[in-house]
Design a binder for this molecule. Structure first.
Ligand code: F2R
Ligand code: MG
Ligand code: MG
Ligand code: MG
Length: 341
């Protein structure tokens, strides 16, 4: 089952990215639920002649993280940074964040002299709080799930290569934890949503209370997860607009990672206007219906859902339409072989 979970996690991330990308930046009010239903019905339906859906920066960088961990069987900051830079310069038109490209530029010019410095210099020294660390972190819990402290350490360091703001780092840690908790749970028994959420809140609260990861008084991941709990309790009595309003759907990690987790948890049960028997599809369809940073929120929720349900939950037709499926699947299997041998 673990191999299926590894594959589900990375192919889930890829699928969310590829199928969410056409909707990126659409406001929630502009997304027709009927049209989105038809879009997914077509993707999952009988094969039709169409180009594959292109992946974006989310997958380009996830690929680098996985390849680097596999090559070194460890976290190697220099190697991972070099892969980010090479990937960007070979293929820059993948919809990268507006400012992260400055980090790649500096790393390139300085010949990776100090791999940590360019990220520390972002935004006048406060660092980026974008979701770019969280969106690419999925290979880390796969690689290091057997060693909790090492897993958090790699998640933090791999994020700090581009994002040093506490909200950027903690967002990647929360996404890591969400996947980690799914790897350990059996999808054949119903998920205890309350217990899962409580464990997530307990773990992120410990992280947020550590002095080097202080967050502002106004916004915290603990606070966002408490809102998520309230929204889950409301069940069907909550519309996409409210979810987007309360949890956020933008490129900042704090207003997107908890949203992705909400989609995974809400999609454990049927959702109005989403007609499918597949909880994986329900997860990413719900994520996209919220608008905003759709590729990234669908990718992060897809990684979590795939780590819980496994690869068999993602329909073959859907997989076949995602650019890079073979490469990503092979990276998932390499990670699996590495950690189980
Ligand atoms: N960039 C996009 N989408 C824009 C549209 C792309 C277009 N469709 C196309 O095809 O070209 N998506 C990708 O960016 C997000 C990940 O961004 P990342 O890696 O975190 O980048 P960055 O530049 O570090 O942060 C993103 C923005 O957040 C704001 N921000 C971050 N920290 C800040 C701070 N300390 N102070 C003020 N603002 C801060 C800035 O606006 C950054 O530009 C994903 O959605 C990925 O899909
Ligand atoms: Mg993207
Ligand atoms: Mg720039
Ligand atoms: Mg995005």
């Amino acid at each position: 089952m673990l191999a299926k979970k590894f594959r589900g996690c990375l192919i889930g991330a890829l699928s969310g990215d590829c199928f969410g990308a056409p909707y990126e930046d659409e406001p929630v009010s502009a997304i027709s639920k009927t049209q989105l239903q038809t879009y997914f019905d077509n993707l999952e339906g009988p094969p039709f002649k169409t180009p594959q859906y292109r992946y974006t920066d989310d997958t380009a960088m996830t690929k680098c993280v996985a390849e680097s961990l596999i090559a070194h069987n460890a976290f190697n900051a220099y190697d991972m940074a070099e892969r980010f830079v090479k990937e960007y310069y070979v293929d820059p038109n993948r919809g990268y964040g507006a400012n992260v490209t400055d980090v790649f530029g500096k790393l390139n010019i300085q010949n990776l002299e100090n791999v940590w410095k360019p990220a520390e210099e972002q935004f006048g020294g406060s660092g980026s709080y974008g979701n770019g660390g969280a969106m690419r972190v999925a290979p880390v819990p796969l690689f290091a799930h057997k060693n909790y402290d090492l897993m958090l350490d790699i998640a933090e360091k791999s994020t700090r290569l581009t994002h040093t703001h506490p909200l950027g780092v903690n967002g990647a840690l929360l996404q890591t934890l969400a996947i980690y908790l799914c790897l350990k749970r059996n999808p054949e028994t119903p998920l205890d949503i309350a217990e899962y959420t409580k464990e997530l809140i307990d773990k992120i609260s410990i992280i947020e209370s550590q002095s080097n990861r202080v967050v502002s008084d106004q916004v915290s991941y603990r606070g966002q997860l408490l809102k998520l709990q309230t929204l889950l309790e409301l069940g069907d009595n909550v519309v996409p607009y409210q979810i987007a309003e309360e949890l956020g759907t933008d490129v900042s990690a704090v207003f997107s990672v908890p949203t992705a987790i909400y989609c995974f948890l809400r999609a454990q049960n049927p959702v109005p206007d989403i007609n499918t028997s597949s909880p994986f599809r329900r997860t990413i369809q719900l994520a996209i219906s919220l608008g905003g940073d759709t590729d990234t929120i669908a990718s992060m929720s897809g990684a979590i859902a795939g780590a819980y349900y496994g690869i068999d939950s993602i329909s073959q037709n859907l997989q076949n339409l995602a650019e890079g499926r073979e490469i990503i699947d092979s990276l998932a299997m390499k990670l699996y072989n590495q950690v189980t041998n």
